[in-house]
Design a protein around this ligand. Sequence first.
Ligand code: ZN
Length: 276
Amino acid sequence: MSGCATANVSPEASGSGPNTSPNAASAPGSPQPGEPATSPSIASALPLGLILHGPRTRKWVALTFDADMTPDMLAELRDGTVASWFDARILAILQSTRPPATVFLTGLWARTYPDVVRKLAADPRFDLANHSFDHSAFEGPCYGLPIVAGGDAAKRAEVEQAAQAIEQIDGIAPRWFRFPGGCLSASDVGLVHSLGETPVQWDVVSGDAFQPDQTVVIRDVLSRVRPGSIVAMHFIGAPNAPATATALLTIIPTLRARGFSFVTLDTLLRSGLLPG
Ligand SMILES: [Zn+2]
């Protein structure tokens, strides 16, 4: 998410409160302390076919990590402004603590870090999913993100080009799609379904973007997770998500101690249940 190099605002996790876009299905920003994870306006505007969580019947939780990459982020990498948009500590923690997890890859990120994608693809505990080609928003305004230009054809290209980039490395076409910034319309949801993928957002925003204090991330996640929750975090590290890795060191064992099991989205959503 995040990934707004020019506006210094994280589209999906800026903490700027609910998305004011009338088409937004979920707030990309991390809710303020005390704010519910899902506002009533989000729930009432939820398009059919958009998944926010799995069945509430088992103490399963899906950790999901977004690997954002806008053209501006890529430029920052190339000119040395940013050292990396991959936080290797996150992968190391996931490999050592062994929770299944799902990584939503933008096409640009997959092309930039093919070796990392190969590692993820080779590990059955990871599922790879689609986060658009270049992290452009499907509907705007969207937290300073560039907006997809070119209507439905360009939106289809965002989905398909990312899927191709992932499938070229993984060998498996992604099943799940996450809208950059959480900005979307009902027709966008239908468009993604028409391409054979299912849009999946989240019910627990970790608030890890531009949050240097891991205790805030830990608190936000642990206070919101329920059976069936989908937790949205970032895979990109500093400067946009500097505390994710450290927060995981507490979040993973604490949720296990509370009786939760980690599962991939494939496992969580296997029943095909729609949000309810
Ligand atoms: Zn994103």
